[in-house]
Each structure stands twice: as structure tokens, then as C-alpha cells.
Design a protein around this ligand. Structure first.
Ligand code: COI
Length: 360
């Protein structure tokens, strides 16, 4: 059953001036809007009691299952201010379907696609004063997520869940904005294994990335890059975003092997790049090939992509015993062209040929 979301709004005491100060420099994931959506699921009853309520802490029993066995999934999507002042989200249906796939992988109930979109719409409509102005780098980042709320320590799929959506005004994910990020290639740790849950968007994958992320930081790098778990050879993805390799007018992203997250930005770029006349492909790239093609000059640019990161150029790459720079450590022209083309669609200044924008 699809619950109707009951409105119980009542804003937190934040003046327009205080909110505008936040919107002028939101950072990433530091500030949250006034409301949130909460929908319950109970075994035998399904989805029920959908509500839009003031943003507030959750009260959880210490034995709540998610706190022990990490049965949790999440999504990330953005709402953009359009030139006429209206607001639209980017491909929410794609996120809704990935949320269902993640739910299946973690033994959780699937939220209907229309309920996912209705929940995001309800929150953005209520808190639309939090959507940053048109034309800049900023947008409103939506974070739908689901947690197992049954109380108990037995290891089993829970019989109760909460689905929530919160929202956070977002600027650049990396403090340097569109400046190139440095990458540490981890040859000791892997992010996900074949048959594991690397293609599900679940907190456990991000927890698993933190030690390697700390090692990357110790190497002076902003992000960690993972290789496949079996041969420790094939490039998979970064800690929280996908990768693209640019060979002149051909762009290649690692194929979905089951241990790579199917990014919405990754998928969109396969289409946007083809629209711009590039050859866009999925394929396998080994770390040795990455290094050799960079050194020979055949690999002209590398960039990271994701909802939070948008498109961020890769600058320095370090692995044990070697380091090199992509495109002289500057953002490359193909990276910047793809970035602008995607952002133009999202900001409503280019034609939405593929019907990706969802107007509220
Ligand atoms: C996103 O790009 O939306 C992500 O989920 C990456 C990260 C912030 C976890």
C-alpha cells in the first residue's frame, strides 16, 4: 500500500537571514532543512503512517537492529533551482529504482517508486526556501534512507523499518571545488567482493572504505581508489564516486561487475558524452595500464563523478612506488565540457532531451 504523506509542518526557529547566510556557503552535509519525511514499514501491514514533520532527532532503543547489524540503505539526489524560480530534481526515478535494488540485496522491503518520489517532492516543496539560487554550483541535496528499527539482537531481516528523507543545501563536495583531487590507489584494501554488496548503496560499503580513506589522507591524497578484490588489478571506483578515463575523444568508465555502484551521474554521462559527439564506453582498465597510458600521454584526462561530487577532475595519482599527474594537474577540457553540459541540463539552461528533470 502506498501511504499518503500527512503534513505536520512547523518550521524550526531559523530566520530568513540565518538561512540565507547558510545558503551563501553551505559546504557539504553540514546544514539541514526544517523538515523531514518519515514512513514506517511493519511486517504484515506494509508501508504506513507517512508524515512530513519538523526535522528532529530520532529516539531509538539501544537494541535497535540497525545499530548492531547495519541493515541500512541510502540514496543521494539533488534539487536544482530553475531559471524561472521553480525547482526540479534530477532523475529521481533512477534513484528510486536503485533504492529498491539495494533493499532487495539487504533483505529489506521495497518502497514503491512513486512513494519515493512523492516523499522527495513533499520535502522539497515544504522547504523550497532552502533550494539555493539558480545558476551557481549549489543545489539542495536529498538524502533518502531506510533503517531496520526492530528491537532485538537476533541476526535476521528486521520486521520493522523507517524510511526517511532529509535535505541539506550543498556546495562543492571537495573544498577545492572544481580543482583536481588527488587519488591514492589502495593495493591492500578492497571495497567490495564478487557476490558481496558493492553494488548496493549501503552504509557498510562506506564504513569499509574509511581505513583506506585514512591511508589516502596519510599519503596526502583526498580520495582512495579501489582495485578489484580477486586479481587486485582492475580499477573499480573511488570511496564514494565512480571514475572516467578520457582518451582524446573517447571516454571509458569501469564496467559494472557487481562490486561497483551503478552511479546515476556515471550512467547520465554515457548519454551526455555521446550527445556531445564523444565515444562513451564501459570497459576494463588495469592500474598498470592507467599508469602506462598516463606516462605515454594516451590517457589525456581522468575524472571522478557522483551526485555529491558532480564531476571532479583527478590531478595527482599515487600508488606504492609511483606517482604521476593527469593533464598536468589542471582540469582537462573534456572534463570541463562534460561537467558544464550536465550542469546545464540540471540547472534548466539546456534542453532536457532525455526527460531527466522532474518538476515539482
Ligand atoms: C553521492 O554522491 O550522493 C554519494 O552518495 C557519495 C557520498 C556523499 C556518500
Amino acid at each position: 500500500m502506498t501511504p499518503t504523506i500527512e503534513l505536520k509542518p512547523s518550521a524550526r526557529p531559523l530566520s530568513d537571514a540565518e538561512r540565507d547566510a547558510v545558503l551563501a556557503n553551505p559546504g557539504f552535509g553540514r546544514h539541514f532543512t526544517d523538515h523531514m519525511v518519515v514512513i514506517k514499514w511493519t511486517e504484515g501491514r506494509g508501508w504506513h503512517d507517512g508524515q512530513l514533520v519538523p526535522y528532529a532527532p530520532l529516539s531509538l532503543d539501544p537494541a535497535t537492529m540497525v545499530l548492531h547489524y547495519a541493515q541500512e540503505i541510502f540514496e543521494g539526489l539533488k534539487a536544482y533551482r530553475q531559471p524561472d524560480g521553480s525547482v526540479a530534481t534530477f532523475r529521481p526515478e533512477k534513484n528510486a529504482r536503485r533504492f529498491q535494488a539495494s533493499a532487495r540485496r539487504l533483505g529489506m522491503p521495497e518502497l514503491p517508486v512513486e512513494t519515493f518520489i512523492e516523499a522527495c517532492d513533499a520535502l522539497v516543496k515544504q522547504d523550497q526556501g532552502w533550494v539555493p539560487a539558480h545558476g551557481g554550483e549549489e543545489s539542495l541535496y536529498l538524502r533518502p534512507f531506510m533503517i531496520a528499527t526492530e528491537v532485538g539482537l537476533g541476526v535476521k531481516p528486521a520486521g520493522e523499518y523507517l524510511f526517511l528523507v532529509i535535505a541539506s543545501p550543498a556546495g562543492a563536495y571537495f573544498p577545492g571545488g572544481v580543482q583536481p583531487v588527488s587519488i591514492w590507489v589502495s593495493e591492500d584494501h578492497v571495497r567490495a567482493v564478487p557476490g558481496g554488496m558493492g553494488d548496493a548503496k549501503t552504509g557498510g560499503n562506506y564504513a569499509a572504505s574509511l581505513l583506506a580513506q585514512a591511508e589516502a589522507a596519510a599519503e596526502g591524497c583526498a580520495q582512495v581508489c579501489y582495485l578489484d578484490a580477486v586479481e587486485r588489478k582492475w580499477v573499480e571506483e573511488l570511496g564514494g564516486m565512480n571514475l572516467y578515463f578520457v582518451y582524446g575523444d573517447r571516454i571509458v568508465t569501469p564496467s559494472l561487475t557487481g562490486s561497483i555502484l551503478e552511479g546515476v551521474t556515471r550512467d547520465s554521462l554515457l548519454t551526455v558524452a555521446a550527445d556531445l559527439g564523444y565515444t562513451a564506453e564501459e570497459g576494463r582498465i588495469s592500474i598498470d595500464q592507467w599508469q602506462a597510458d598516463s606516462e605515454s600521454g594516451a590517457l589525456t584526462e581522468v575524472f571522478a563523478c557522483g551526485t555529491a561530487a558532480v564531476i571532479t577532475p583527478v590531478g595527482t595519482v599515487k600508488r606504492t612506488g609511483a606517482a604521476w599527474q593527469q593533464s598536468g594537474g589542471e582540469p582537462g577540457p573534456v572534463t570541463l565540457k562534460l561537467r558544464e553540459a550536465l550542469l546545464d541540463i540540471q540547472r534548466g539552461t539546456a534542453e532536457d532531451k532525455h526527460g531527466w528533470m522532474h518538476e515539482l
